[in-house]
Every structure is written in C-alpha cells, then in structure tokens.
Design a protein around this ligand. Structure first.
Ligand code: NAD
Ligand code: GLY
Length: 371
C-alpha cells in the first residue's frame, strides 16, 4: 500500500491538513470537496510544471464539476515580482474568478509564494490550496503561511502571512525534478534537523544518497512528513515570526544575501542556504558557543552534500552590504541565527558586520578544499 501521511497544522483562526503520499494528484478534487471549496478554481503554475502535471490536475477537477482557469507565470525567481502578481490577478479577474473561488498553486516555491500572495490579496482573500511539486516547496515554502514576492532591494521584501486551507504533496511529482532541485530541498530538511532534531539530522545524513536520487518514495514520504511536523511545531507556537519562528531562518541571512548578490537564478535557494548554514555554523563556533566537535561534525556533513557550484564570483563586500537589507536587521544591528549545539538554535543580536566578510572567506576556503 502506498505510504501516506497526514498532518494537521493549527493557526490563529483555524487549521489545515497537509497530505503527503503517492498519486495524490488524482485525489485533489475529492480533497477540495472535503474542505468545502467551490466556485471557479484558478490554477497558478508555470509552463514546465503545467506541461507535466497540469493536465492530470484539470482532468480530475473538471471531471468532478469544477470550472478551472489556468494562469502561467514565467519560469524563474526573477519573475517572483509584484508585476507578475498583478498580471496574474488581472488574468484571473478577466477570466471570471470569484470571491468564493479557490486558488490552487501547482509548482515550486516561486509559484507557491507568488500564488499564495495573490490568494491573500485578491478580493481581500480567497481559498488557497497548495500543490507543491518541488522538494523545497513541500518541506518549506508551502507550509507555514509565508507568501511573498521579491523587490529589487532584496528577496521576499513584500508579502503576507496567509495560511492555506489545504496542502497536497504528491511525492511522485518529484520523479521529474532535477538533481539540483533535490539538493535544494534536502538543504531545508537538513536545516530542520540542525535546528530542532539531531535524530532526524542523522537519518537524513544516513539516507542522503537515496533521498537525493528519489529511489524510495516511502523514504521521501517519511523525510518530508518529519520535516513538516518539525516546522509545524515552530510555526504553531509563533505564527507571525515574533520570536521562535526566527530560528527557521538558520542559514538564510547569508543565503539570501548570496542569492541576491549573485543575481537570481544563478544558484538554487537551498544551495545558497547550504553555504549560509556553513557560515552560520562557523560564526557559532567563532563567537558563540558551538563546541569544536559539533562544528567539525556539521561542517563535514554540509561539505558532503553534492553541489556543482563555483564560488569564484562571491563578493564578500557586496554580501555584507546585502545583509543590511535583510528583514532580520533590527535597530541597525545584524541579527543572526546561531547554534548552541546541534539541534539547538537561537537568535543572536549585534553581530559585527566584519564577521560577515570573514564568514564568506571561511565558506570559500571550505568549498575550495572539498574533495
Ligand atoms: P522553483 O519554484 O524555482 O522551482 C525550481 C525549478 O523546478 C523550476 O524550474 C520549476 O519549474 C521546476 N519544477 C517544479 N516542480 C517540478 C517537477 N515536479 N518536475 C520538474 N521540474 C519542476 O524553486 P523552489 O526551490 O521550489 O522554491 C524556491 C522559492 O521558494 C524561492 O523563491 C524561495 O524564496 C521560496 N521559499 C519560500 C518559503 C516560504 O516559507 N514561503 C520557504 C522557502 C523558500
Ligand atoms: N522559511 C522560513 C519560515 O517559514 O519561517
């Protein structure tokens, strides 16, 4: 029998279910009916994902009597913008989307972030169902209610907290994913292990090859479900990121700065987060209290994750400058998620910006010395 897991996430005004399993694309119409979704269904996707999975999704929905409209956004992080969101809304309005309708996002984190944002503001909010199709969007972007678009000054600077009504994760869709996108999603699961659960971290490290190759769907269901459950614990206790939720940004202060200085599209989000986790671990060891033994373990695990990237164009000065624009800067002080130990993360304020440059040097040295 195919592995299936179901998880309920509570939030300030209700709760929603996350379904993880195989062949769930066939059940979307039934699951929509179960949550009382009606009206026109606006499917937001991109051409790559729509070509592979859009037909199957529409077939089930139309067969069950749902009227569907499909709006495609161009491929790539550089199109996760306010301008794209406006174009999507114009198309939805022109095609008869109603206040009582439902938006389904079908795609990776770019689609779930932008589609979720559209759902949160169109007609002041419509029903939202995420159908994430990348590993990263399953374990992170589609869970927890953060939606948004990028601004020329930085990533995700415009957005909203808007909880979905349902999240459907069909692990079979991961079969068509490129290896770099598998690595990218693995990075976010790895992050959950580092900040919350060392047993899970060891499980991920022990099964890294199989998870990256996607040879066992059962293993993927297990890994994804645990990562979502760990994220849910954090988000349920701090939905709007006033306190604990900030630890989910482990590796992201440097990661976002690396992504934005290199130019969107040069590096996958999770690849940048792997480098950012290395930098944050290094800082934790240098100025925090991460023991040498834990740091050596973490740095070895991170450097073993397969990544074919060149760090030649990383510019420490530009990255330092970019960290100042990060949402985690408060009162001109750089806030950074550091580690007391593996499985134990905390937010440290007042990190001197000089340390950012040194952390980037440490990352470059470590990656140049990889076997
Ligand atoms: P992505 O959405 O760009 O998808 C990566 C690539 O995979 C794209 O080319 C896409 O077309 C393709 N693709 C998607 N599904 C596929 C499939 N099943 N088979 C083949 N190809 C497929 O990237 P991503 O890594 O999924 O998401 C990154 C985005 O997520 C970033 O914008 C990041 O900021 C955001 N994010 C948001 C949150 C949040 O909490 N909201 C958390 C983490 C990341
Ligand atoms: N991806 C970080 C968060 O959801 O808070």
């Amino acid at each position: 029998m195919p592995e299936l897991s179901s998880l309920k996430i509570a939030h300030q005004t209700g709760s929603y279910e996350i379904r993880v399993g195989q062949d769930l694309l066939d059940s979307v119409a039934e699951l929509l009916t179960n949550i009382g979704a009606a009206g026109p269904v606006g499917i937001i996707s991109n051409a790559t994902v729509n070509d592979i999975y859009g037909g199957k999704l529409r077939e089930g929905l139309n067969g069950a009597g749902f009227v569907t409209r499909t709006i495609l956004i161009p491929e790539g992080e550089e199109y996760k913008t306010l301008a794209s969101a406006e174009q999507v809304m114009s198309a939805l309005i022109a095609q008869g989307m109603e206040r009582s309708g439902t938006i389904i996002t079908l795609g990776g984190g770019v689609v779930t972030d932008l589609g979720g944002f559209v759902a949160s503001i169109l007609y002041r909010g419509v029903k939202l169902v995420h159908v994430p199709t990348t590993l990263l969007s399953m374990v992170d972007a589609a869970v927890g209610g953060k939606t948004g678009v990028n601004h020329s000054s930085g990533k995700n600077l415009i957005g909203s907290f808007y909880q979905p009504d349902l999240v459907i994760m069909d692990v079979k869709t991961l079969e068509t994913l490129q290896i770099r996108d598998r690595v990218s999603g693995y990075a976010e699961m790895f992050k959950m292990g580092v900040i919350r659960d060392t047993n899970y971290l060891n499980f991920l490290v022990d099964n890294m090859d199989e998870l990256l190759q996607g040879t066992s769907l059962e293993l993927l269901v297990k890994a994804i479900s645990r990562s979502c459950a760990l994220k849910a614990q954090v988000v349920e206790s701090d939905e709007k990121e006033a306190d604990l939720r900030r630890i989910l940004n482990f590796g992201h202060t440097l990661g976002h700065a690396i992504e934005s200085t290199l130019g969107y599209g040069k590096m996958r989000h999770g690849e940048a987060v792997i480098l950012g986790m290395y930098g944050a671990g290094w800082l934790s060891n240098q100025i925090g209290d991460l023991a040498q033994e834990d740091w050596e373990k973490l740095s070895a695990m991170l450097r073993k994750i397969p990544m074919e990237i060149s760090l030649e164009s990383l510019n420490p000065e530009a990255i330092e400058e970019a960290t100042r624009l990060d949402k985690k800067v408060a009162n001109s002080q750089l806030n950074f998620v550091l580690l007391h130990g593996l499985g134990d993360a905390y937010m440290q304020t007042g990190i001197p910006t000089l340390m950012i440059k040194l952390a980037i040097d440490a990352i470059r040295t470590a990656w140049e010395g990889r076997e």
